[in-house]
Design a protein around this ligand. Structure first.
Ligand code: NAD
Length: 416
């Protein structure tokens, strides 16, 4: 059953903003108990509508149930529990920013939409979410459920695309979080500059993987930068229901076009099925730095393997390009791991012998650097992003006994 909702009328957007400002000033989320109630309601929303979300994920992305549970629903419920348990400790001294806006993307349409909501509420902010129009079933379900489970004086969802987001960005916000691509990030920053709204950016780009030749089965090969080689990839039938499809026709055409233009050799996958917007997991080897597959973020199941002669060339390759959101190394040798990524490169995250696991690791921030983003989120880091470190001091009257001479005329006797 499709749950797409209509877009929010543009002239309603300033009223939503004004309502939440009024509500924030009235102290709706001042108490920790009020914040906890909203966080609990959000967890309850996800728990009671779990299967509906599984259906919308299948519609939007063809995402298998296990991934939906693990990467989206359980992780967001888990984040609710962490915030619920720790909010009183987190919020002991820090102050909310006010009314904040989050613009989220299609690829994790629950975790990236609701994760920021949890941190913002825990910090005592009122929150406006603009979910992605490219995942309409999931975004529509969020827009349908939020008013039923959560206080409209605390959270609102604005549905829409460019015109609605443009209207939102004309308004002054106490913080804007944008998660998406670098092109739109520039639009967001230019709009925010007009109102001096603070901005955090969670962006993307290319995230290289450095492979130590010693982790590849014999015969030994050169160091690779970009992806593993075929010998160590677990082969899965391309027709498996455990693979997502590409989000829409435009992105499908883009990924297929990049594959058609590559001068590398496809050694795994390569099949596409336009009717299902499906691209099989694909490995292309012998890819050069100026290949079509290296021209932009792929955002599809394609691994270009770029051969390099040694680890120094891999480091140079990485450092010649935008700082990645994440940088990975596969090696069992500490000196290789340190040299390849930890000591000589910059990236939002650096990970050895795994991928993506950092998103689910409590205590680690998630964020980019430079073109891959600025600011950090996930659990306490989301709380921090939506928090103002307000310097607060109540000067004691006796201070003038020791610091009275700070007032002019400076040559007068101290005030006693
Ligand atoms: P998207 O197309 O869903 O857009 C993201 C948001 O930007 C949407 O809400 C959309 O309405 C809004 N938007 C689009 N055009 C706009 C415009 N002209 N003006 C104002 N708002 C506009 O998603 P996307 O950007 O294609 O998402 C994929 C990108 O997000 C990739 O680059 C990926 O790497 C990045 N990403 C980053 C993170 C992170 O945490 N760093 C997580 C997920 C995705």
């Amino acid at each position: 059953m499709s749950t797409q909702l209509a877009y929010t009328p543009i002239d309603e957007i300033p009223r939503i903003h004004a309502d939440l400002r009024k509500s924030f000033r009235a102290g709706t989320l001042k108490s920790i108990e009020a914040r906890r109630t909203q966080i609990l309601q959000l967890a309850y929303l996800l728990q009671t509508t779990y299967d509906r979300f599984k259906t919308t994920f299948a519609q939007d992305l063809g995402r298998p149930s296990l991934e939906v549970a693990f990467l989206e629903l359980d992780s967001t419920i888990g984040d609710c529990k962490i915030a619920y348990d720790r909010v009183d400790k987190w919020a002991r001294t820090e102050k909310p920013k006010g009314v904040v806006l989050s613009i989220s993307p299609f690829n994790y349409p629950v975790w990236l939409a609701l994760g920021p909501m949890i941190g913002a509420i825990a910090a005592g902010n009122c929150f406006v979410l603009k979910p992605s129009e490219l995942s309409p079933a999931t975004s529509g379900l969020i827009a349908e459920l939020i008013p039923k489970y959560m206080d409209p004086d605390v959270v609102r969802v604005v549905m829409g695309a460019v015109p609605e987001t443009t209207k939102l960005l004309e308004l002054p916000w106490d913080h804007i979080l944008y998660t998406g691509n670098g092109r739109v990030a520039r639009i967001v920053c230019a709009a925010a500059a007009k109102t001096l709204s603070p901005v955090s950016l969670e962006l993307g780009g290319k995230s290289p993987v450095v492979i130590d030749p010693n982790v590849i089965s014999k015969p030994r090969r050169n160091v690779s930068c970009g992806a593993n080689t075929t010998s160590s990839i677990r082969m899965v039938p391309t027709a498996s229901p455990d693979f997502c499809h590409i989000i829409n026709q435009m992105h499908f055409n883009r990924v297929r076009g990049l594959l058609e233009k590559t001068s590398g050799t496809t050694v795994v996958g390569g099949q596409t099925d336009e009717a299902r917007l499906f691209v099989a997991p694909t490995v292309v080897k012998g890819v050069k730095g100026d290949d079509s597959l290296m021209s932009e973020e792929l955002f599809g199941p394609v691994l270009p393997v770029v051969p390099v002669k040694d680890v120094d060339e891999a480091i140079e390759f990485i450092n010649d390009r935008d700082h990645p959101l994440a940088l990975y190394v596969f090696s069992q040798d500490s000196s290789f791991k340190n040299k390849a990524i930890f000591d000589n490169t910059r990236s939002g995250t650096a990970i050895a012998n795994d991928t993506l696991i950092h998103c689910a690791t409590d205590g680690l921030p998630f964020g980019g650097i430079g073109p891959s983003g600025s600011g950090y989120h996930a659990r306490k880091f989301t709380f921090d992003m939506f928090t103002h470190l307000r310097a607060s001091l109540d000067s004691p009257s006796w201070i003038d006994i020791i610091l009275g001479s700070r007032f002019p005329p400076y040559n007068a006797s101290p005030l006693l």
